[in-house]
Ligand binder design. Structure first.
Ligand code: PEP
Length: 251
């Protein structure tokens, strides 16, 4: 039985006081939830303040990105130890905005995954096709490449600390959510890829989140699918009541 994991990706939003107000509002709404892993991913400048506000709460914290070096002349980058120093347990790697706006490649994302895991972070590793790739019949090839290249060289044991997030790019921030059937179809495909690469036990244990315009209103139906193991949420994670609504729908 896979424990669902629901994470909020706040992207480049919220000043420190807004971030603290959000988690202060969220904590009482989800205090009784022990059947779902809950994670919030603030922007770097709000990590420390959010981490302090989360002390003792049943909400974990993650970063939206991480670099592949421990320290040194890498202007603007951030290391796993720096993230852990603020209270982060997780990092998102491979979000479509970093793939498509910042130009991060499968090879770099694989390097990030190795470095983050080796340095004690857990990772939500994002994959997902563009609309034209889905319409052009390339979706399965794209996902196969993202999974195969992204997880290259990772051991089955390390996979315990990896969650995959299937986020069709056409559904992110558009209000156009994948149907539960579309999400389930891809999650089954991705789980089969994991099985080919790492074996049946690893595939069965792998949590696969769906991301893309998730709201409290559609979360229950999506998570009722057997291979949907949680969500990575953007816009609806920026308000305590809407994020709690998704968590409670999943619970
Ligand atoms: C995301 O950015 O990961 C995301 C899924 O955004 P939204 O929920 O706003 O579509």
């Amino acid at each position: 039985m896979r424990k669902p994991i629901i994470a909020g990706n706040w992207k480049m939003n919220l000043l420190q006081r807004e971030a603290v107000a959000l988690v202060d509002g969220l904590k009482p709404l989800v205090a009784a939830v022990d059947t779902v892993d809950i994670v919030v991913c603030p922007t770097y400048t709000a990590l420390s303040a959010t981490g302090k506000a989360l002390e003792g709460a049943n909400i974990q914290m993650g970063a939206q990105n991480v670099y592949v070096k421990a320290s040194g002349a890498y202007t603007g980058e951030i290391s796993p130890d720096m993230l852990k120093d603020t209270g982060c347990e997780w990092a998102i790697i491979g979000h479509s905005e970093r793939r498509h706006i910042l130009g991060e490649t499968d090879a770099l994302l694989n390097e990030k995954l190795h470095f983050a895991l080796a340095n004690g972070l857990k990772v939500m590793f994002c994959i997902g096709e563009l609309l034209e790739e889905r319409q052009g019949g390339q979706m399965n090839d794209v996902l196969t490449t993202q999974v195969t290249e992204g997880l290259k060289g990772i051991s089955a044991a390390q996979l315990d600390n990896v969650v995959l997030a299937y986020e069709p790019v056409w559904a992110i921030g558009t209000g156009e959510v994948a149907t539960p059937e579309q999400a389930e179809e891809v999650h089954v495909f991705v789980r089969a890829l994991v099985k080919d690469l790492f074996g049946a036990a690893a595939a069965e244990a792998m949590r696969i989140q769906y991301g893309g315009s998730v709201k409290a209103e559609n979360a229950g139906e999506l998570i009722s699918k057997p291979n949907v193991d949680g969500f990575l949420v953007g816009g609806a994670a920026l308000k305590a009541d809407s994020f709690a609504g998704i968590i409670n729908a999943a619970k």
